[in-house]
Design a binder for this molecule. Sequence first.
Ligand code: ADP
Ligand code: MG
Ligand code: ZN
Length: 613
Amino acid sequence: MKVDDKSPKKPLIFYYLIAMVVLMLLNALVFPAMMSTPVAEVGYNDFLTMIENRQVKEVAMEDSQILFTATDENGQTAIYKTGVWPDEGLTERLYESGAEFASAIPTQDSPLLSFLTTWVFPILLFVAIGQIMGRMLTKRIGGNAMQFGKSNAKIYVESQTGKTFADVAGQEEAKDALREIVDFLHNPEKYKNIGASLPKGALLVGPPGTGKTLLAKAVAGEAKVPFFSISGSEFVEMFVGMGAAKVRDLFKQAAEKAPCIVFIDEIDTIGKKRDGAAGIGGNDEREQTLNQLLTEMDGFDGTRGVVILAATNRPESLDKALLRPGRFDRRIPVELPDLNGRIAILRVHAKDVKMEPNVDFDTIGRATSGASGAELANIINEAALRAVRMGRSAVSQTDLEESVEVVIAGYQRKGAVISEKEKKIIAYHEIGHALVTARQKDAAPVHKITIIPRTSGALGYTMQIEEGERVLMSREEMLSQLATLTGGRAAEEVVFGSITSGASNDIEKATQMARTMITRYGMSDQFGMVALETVSNPYLSSDSSLTCSPETSARVDAEVQGMIAAAHDKAVAILKENRELMDRLAAYLLEKETITGAEFMDILEKYDAEKQQ
Ligand code: ADP
Ligand code: MG
Ligand code: ZN
């Protein structure tokens, strides 16, 4: 349940609006009716009769009408009006009847009332409008006039996040670290008595989609305390000074609700290193916000039971001041899940989905090395959607395998038109990859080969599955992977004698791999164990920079070329040697479009057996 903490303030404006409308209605309708006597219109005959009966009390001549008061039979006085007729002697007759000649008979407004309606009410209205506008403005700017001084910080208190540690699969180390915080929130007294103060803040660090936000929510759920959640980007506002005001508000509210958790998601947005060179249009606003955050963190008493959690996937970009003791001095790594973690995450998300009893999460876990928790959750959901599309009532293994490809390699492109010739090239290309893999010692087995194109742009896809979880890769394994990557292009050359653009992704991957082997893993004979490249952000691998001279850099380029050329030669040799087998496999793939690793190995083993004889 999300409660907008500021919502009770908003209706204030509406009360004013309602008051205004009421005033206007009073002004236009009610007051005049109340204050003035109704005027009855009568014929001239009646007027004459009333004069004769001496009923007319007062009379006033106007340009187009005669206004008069008269008393009726019951003694009630009322105001009447009638038209003007040429009537000689009217004045005399009126005089004789005892009527008084008035200069005017007030029918509509009393002077006071007309003064009120024409002057006082409009002015009141304008004043009211002015006030409302003024207050709205003050509220915007976050000044501190009256109670509107608070910023309109959108701080959410989720008293029940509904998440517990059971919802977070794997991440045992992170959970252990957070359990202590939960215990602290349960009974701060225990810690206070012994004089221990817990870290004020803990920083959850890890790649996107690994469950950092989920973990923070689970802590709140476990501790059963209010959960203030705000994203770093929400602090950065249009008006200068707003972010700092929000931080102040946030901590004030948290202090009132203690024990509670304050969670600042994506803290890198405000917590970036201060460069001190803000200048024109610089980061003054962000720095102010960050300074305010530091001040607040230093200012509050650590024993009160407010725990500050923050999450980031760019820890290296954070200002050092944030990481000092007394601030976010505890770092909790939240890494990508390993094989067991992936299987556990799949199971957690499969709990709410109807699954066929024979689904094998192990296979799916093996096929998704490197996937984040968010991607695995997505795989389960895609599988469920596919089951619905197929009109099934439970998710099958095929649904899961398909959705692995959907999530990891993009959606199947239905109705894509590919000529027979192209299809044949693609089939040989993919078989090239698979065959080079199968004919090397240190390569991962083939799980699936398909020539059904994906929207990601890939025309075919060879899925390999590692036997177990890989933490280390040997040089030999990396070299055979390099050969596998060049296998697609090599097959095109061997079979068709020409090359296509279809290998661009392979080339990119191979280049990156060869370069990494040389510059970071010390796997080249020429350079040995020298780091030629530093990675400034381990989660965004693109953020790396060469730390060598331009000459060395040129030699690195040359060695990358050499390594890839060698891998390519190896692949060509393997494929030439297995030409007949390659044709057989390609023909089978062309017919089936998608084949499993088992089918692939069947053909391969049968071929080998034939050769033996
Ligand atoms: P982050 O904040 O690290 O980017 P989130 O916490 O927002 O990641 O994770 C997104 C979603 O991915 C979660 O809502 C959850 O469904 C799923 N997820 C991620 N990690 C896990 C995990 N360890 N266990 C279960 N679900 C997970
Ligand atoms: Mg998040
Ligand atoms: Zn390829």
